[in-house]
Design a protein. Structure first.
Length: 408
């Protein structure tokens, strides 16, 4: 083919399928769809294919093509809702409309297939609002969500609660270094999440019988890798399988962080000067430990995000996976490494001062509502609540993530 445009215009993407295997009984429970460009071209391998599409601004379209072609092939082979189809999604694709010629296939898939959409922590960091919308859409269709490559980057552990995945995919590097301290930390964090949520754990890169045993010792019940099956066409006779169970869904919540926490925790009234030490303490939590957590904060107005605050947040952002600050008048990057968002006049979050910390092993939220008095700054009164309940903290954090725009 002449160039990447020709590949995309002709939809010349071929799906191949790698089996996913139950590590206890050895049976195939589904397949992951992988994409290949035209044979004999520079775009055969997926990394080169997506890099070329990204360079010409067509990576979202390519993502739709890959998924639609995988759906088409799976339906042609006789997939129904009893067999699990894992399909990757790029973070940019959610904001892009499905091309008109692919819409009928995607619509059929919503009605006929049991899809688990794989996402990475990069999707959360680049565009958290779209990521949350995409996961909600998947679940409205009765589909599942998997968090891919967990352990390849510390960010994946800190951001895992926001995806609330049905399946956690352990990165293949973990199987290659089972005695490493980082591996132990990742496995412990994933095990805690899986136990609390009911999520399944899948180990990638199972290339030997020994690695399969290691995967099981890490809590994985599903495996994927060359030892269990290489990517290729779907078999003529599909295996019998049952759909993977999905984790309990959290209902959508349009409330603010203060509303979410105050509905279940005691509310106390105090001055700004009394809240400051608590706020600084939570900020400090985000800057400590081998796995720094996510830090989200609402400052009401840009004037409260002082130069001293900007310096603190810059230091935290240097080693935290995700730091964000929102407030009226704040830009997209109010300090180096800090994600930001302007709150419009109609946003009721403008009345709140919130500091939220979420990591694999810690969670805390200080939520406060301004009572609107006009006295001296230090004496301004707030109603506030404090919680370390992970469920409430994550819900409060998700309410703030919806305000963040994608990285341009």
């Amino acid at each position: 083919m002449q160039d990447i445009h020709a590949v995309l215009d002709q939809r010349a993407i071929t799906p191949v399928f790698q089996p996913l295997v139950d590590l206890t009984f050895g049976r195939v429970i589904g397949y992951e769809a992988l994409s290949r460009g035209p044979a004999g071209t520079p775009w055969r391998e997926p990394m080169a294919l997506f890099a070329a599409a990204r360079k010409v601004g067509r990576d979202a379209e390519l993502d739709w093509i890959c998924r639609a072609n995988a759906y088409r092939e799976a339906m042609r082979a006789g997939f129904g809702r009893e067999l699990n189809l894992f399909v990757n999604m790029e973070p940019t694709a959610w904001r892009a409309e499905c091309p008109a010629d692919l819409t009928p296939i995607v619509d059929q898939a919503r009605n006929r297939l049991r899809v688990v959409t794989e996402m990475t922590e990069r999707a959360i960091a680049d565009d958290p609002a779209s990521l949350l919308a995409a996961t909600a859409n998947c679940r409205e269709n009765g589909w599942g969500v998997a968090l891919d490559d967990v352990g390849a980057d510390p960010m994946s552990l800190a951001l895992m609660p926001f995806v609330h995945p049905d399946v956690v995919k352990l990165d293949m590097q973990l199987l290659q270094a089972p005695g490493d301290q980082n591996t132990a930390r990742v496995v412990a964090a994933v095990a805690a999440y899986a136990e609390a949520s009911g999520a399944l754990v899948l180990a990638e890169g199972v290339e030997t019988a020994e690695q399969m045993a290691v995967a099981r010792s890490m809590g994985a019940t599903i495996g994927q890798g060359w030892h269990l099956g290489r990517p290729g066409p779907l078999p003529e006779e599909l295996p019998e399988a049952s759909a993977l169970p999905l984790v309990r869904r959290s209902p959508g919540d349009a409330r603010t962080p203060f509303d979410i926490v105050a509905a279940e925790r005691p509310v106390t009234r105090t001055s700004k000067s009394q809240l400051m030490p608590m706020s600084r303490h939570l900020e400090a939590l985000a800057g400590t430990g081998p796995e720094p957590p996510v830090l989200l904060a609402c400052f009401q107005n840009a004037r409260h995000f002082t130069p001293a605050t900007a310096r603190r947040f810059t230091r935290i952002a240097a080693h935290s996976p995700f730091v964000a600050a929102v407030g009226t008048g704040l830009g997209d990057e109010p300090a180096p490494g800090v994600r930001g968002a302007h709150l419009p006049a109609a946003d009721n979050l403008r009345d709140e001062w919130n500091v939220i910390v979420v990591g694999p092993h810690r969670a805390a939220a200080l939520v406060a509502r301004d009572l609107g008095d006009t006295g001296p700054e230090a004496d301004r009164l707030f109603d506030f609540a404090l919680t370390h309940d992970r469920r409430l903290v994550v819900a409060a954090a998700r309410a703030m993530l919806h305000r963040l725009a994608p990285v341009s």
